[in-house]
Ligand binder design. Structure first.
Ligand code: ADP
Length: 519
């Protein structure tokens, strides 16, 4: 009879007093009654007698095991064996098992337990009951494989939920033919929805999506399904509190054997902060480039008229337009000096802008060092002499070259020498050159006011000047060292400083040896 019996099936007759058992008794007897033949069961079972010593349960003896258990352990003879013989150590290692059977054998109610038997090294699921004091029946199954599977599943679930909660990612699962959607609680939260009151569906999703992003987001999903390419989607959603959040979804489609798309599974994260950061970075970069471009143009525009002012002042001072009285010479000299200072400042600002915008073009070559240093010393000699300071270039080998841009290296040395002279009231300024293995070190050493340890790194910051009053009283913009260091770094070298307040400073430029010298 294939037809299943339903509650309204006429074959269940007599339905009128279906609650009574009497009408089925004959039928039941014909079916062989309720007696169970243990040898037909597919579940192992054993009948045992409890062994007592001094009235205490100590072990149990197997009186019978059914066929399936015997078939599962063909090499073991159970009947007539004590549990401790079959599973050495069971009485001590698995004390609770003995205690459970003892309770049942002593007339207790049936019990069920699932536990790992250390003596057998297997998981057992056991039901036990007793029909006569001192005896018990155990119906059981070895469930190690199931437990192991459950453990693996449980571990995987724990890892997954940990990953989800730590990464705040939501999982979505779309049954394509049915159109049904499943969301994890985090997925609702990402969409700004309450899992208790909202229903997971495409309509719900559409309703929270920023209308301007909807068409593109749907298109990306459809084309991912059609092209069998993984989904990468980004869209904005509106939360009930008015916030707009950016979500990013990754997904993949599962197809059946016939190639029909069945499910799309994916993960969703909130990338609002990331979006803001990258926007800020892009804005900052654009602003910095705009500032550098502006400074470069401005500096150029300022220099042209300034050169005229200096040029014509020089002409007048040279007497080319007539005699000047001493007061006129004095005042025009101030105009000229101020003009030159302004020009220097503008050149510095232009350099800073070029360095920051990456627009600094260097012409690296093997630069003969001695000539370059000599020239810079000569140029500064009058200023040093005016301050009563000895300025000298100590030994520097004639053929020594460094890998540098000659014009920019001159600028760096000029700046270091000018600082050394400016911040030294008595004593000397020296340039010393040391050839190292593959580099050359140029030390500009003075016996000046020195720099406090806490100022040492700060002085390389643009516009930063030492707080020391002996330094602050001297003219300057605080740009020279910043530019010098950037230039030396751009030439592949380094600029370092060592100093002791009151004793002097040493600024050291290290550069790679020039090609000829290094060869
Ligand atoms: P400026 O000399 O125009 O102030 P710099 O960038 O060249 O700018 O130097 C920054 C600061 O570093 C100076 O203001 C000064 O406080 C300190 N400094 C630079 N060189 C020396 C030096 N040789 N001795 C003492 N202090 C120095």
């Amino acid at each position: 009879m294939d037809r299943p019996i339903s509650l309204t099936d006429p074959q269940r007759e007599p339905a009128a007093d279906a609650r009574g058992t009497a009408p089925f008794e004959a039928d039941l007897a014909a079916a062989g009654g309720t007696l169970v033949d243990p040898d037909f069961l597919l579940t192992p079972m054993a009948v045992c007698r409890m062994i007592y010593v001094d009235g205490k349960p100590t072990d149990w003896l197997h009186l019978y095991v059914n066929r399936v258990w015997q078939e599962q352990r063909p090499d073991t003879t159970f009947v007539g064996k004590l549990a401790s013989e079959l599973f050495p150590g069971i009485v001590d290692l698995d004390r609770e098992v003995l205690e459970t059977f003892a309770r049942v054998a002593a007339g207790g109610p049936p019990e069920r337990f699932t536990r790992y038997l250390r003596s057998a090294r297997e998981w057992f699921d056991v039901q036990t009951y007793s029909r006569r004091p001192g005896y018990f029946v155990a119906v059981f199954e070895v469930v190690s494989e199931r437990i192991e599977r459950e453990r693996i599943l449980h571990d995987a679930q724990r890892r997954l939920s940990l990953a989800q909660s730590l990464s705040r990612s939501g999982i979505w699962d779309w049954d394509i033919p049915d159109g049904k959607v499943f969301w994890t609680p985090e997925m609702y939260r990402l969409l700004g929805l309450d899992p208790e009151t909202s229903e997971a569906s495409f309509d719900t999703w559409r309703a929270v999506l920023e209308p301007a992003d909807l068409a593109a987001a749907e298109e990306r999903i459809n084309s991912s399904v059609a092209s069998r390419m993984p989904l990468f989607n980004e869209y904005r959603v509106r939360w009930p509190d008015g916030q707009t959040r950016w979500l990013r979804a990754y997904g993949d489609t599962i197809h059946d054997d016939a190639g029909v798309p069945r499910r799309m599974l994916g993960l969703c994260i909130d990338v609002t902060d990331l979006k803001h950061l990258s926007q800020q970075a892009a804005d900052a970069n654009a602003a910095s480039l705009a500032k550098s471009a502006f400074l470069a143009t401005m500096s150029h525009e300022l220099r042209t008229p300034l050169n005229s002012i200096i040029g014509f002042t020089t002409l007048i001072l040279d007497g080319l337009v007539g005699e000047l009285n001493p007061e006129q010479v004095k005042q025009l000299t101030i105009v000229k000096r101020s003009g030159e200072q302004l020009l220097e400042l503008i050149s510095d600002i232009l350099d800073i802008a070029k360095v920051e915008s990456g627009g600094l073009a260097l012409r690296q070559a093997a630069v003969p060092l001695r000539a370059l240093l000599h020239e810079q010393c000569e140029a500064l000699q009058p200023v040093a002499a005016g301050r009563g300071i000895a300025l000298e270039l100590t030994e520097c080998a004639e053929q020594l070259t460094v890998n540098a841009d000659s014009r920019r290296l001159s600028q760096v040395i000029r700046n270091l020498l000018a600082n050394a002279v400016k911040f030294t009231d008595e004593g000397s300024v020296r340039i010393r050159v040391t050839k190292l293995e593959s580099t050359v070190r140029i030390d500009v050493e003075d016996s000046g006011i020195g720099i406090a340890p806490e100022e040492l790194q700060r002085i390389f910051t643009p516009f930063r000047r030492s707080d020391d009053p002996r330094s602050a009283s001297r003219t300057g913009t605080g740009l020279g060292l910043s530019i010098s260091r950037s230039l030396v770094l751009a030439m592949g070298g380094d600029l370092a400083v060592e100093s002791r307040p009151g004793q002097g400073s040493v600024f050291s430029v290290t550069l790679a040896t020039g090609a000829e010298a290094g060869a």
